[in-house]
Design a protein around this ligand. Structure first.
Ligand SMILES: [Zn+2]
Length: 127
């Protein structure tokens, strides 16, 4: 834990992010430890590329895409936790305005106010 004092709102946000991370890690561990791991998915996709089992192939592609999404989500959570640890939780990383509580409740990983997020997405369409 950071040594400085956190406001109640930051503490709540921090706890929410930790809970979200725990749940995400459990889900990822379940998926990877279960049917197929990430590397195996890639290998299987290669091996079955010529196969006519389109159904199985599309299921594995979906699984692979989900893993990609979860990896990105985990990175977002880590970034938000880092932001809080630095004492800036709940404020926009671009303009330092306080992010509305409603936005943080809906998106605990939000690092920007709506305005800066829109501007950022316009500049980086894939993020
Ligand atoms: Zn902003």
């Amino acid at each position: 834990m950071p040594t400085h004092l956190l406001s109640a709102a930051q503490t709540a946000l921090h706890d929410q992010l930790l809970a979200q991370r725990t749940e995400l890690l459990a889900r990822m561990a379940h998926e990877r430890g279960g049917v197929i791991g990430r590397a195996e998915v890639a290998a299987d996709q290669y091996e079955t590329a010529a196969s006519d089992n389109a159904q199985l192939r599309s299921e594995r592609e979906t699984q692979f895409a989900m893993n990609e999404h979860e990896t990105a989500e985990l990175a977002d959570i880590e970034r938000a936790l880092e932001h809080i640890a630095q004492g800036h939780g709940g404020t926009c990383i671009d303009c330092a305005v306080t992010i509305p509580q409603a936005r943080l409740l809906a998106t605990p990983t939000a690092l920007r106010c709506i305005g800066c997020q829109s501007a950022h997405e316009a500049q980086h369409p894939h993020f």
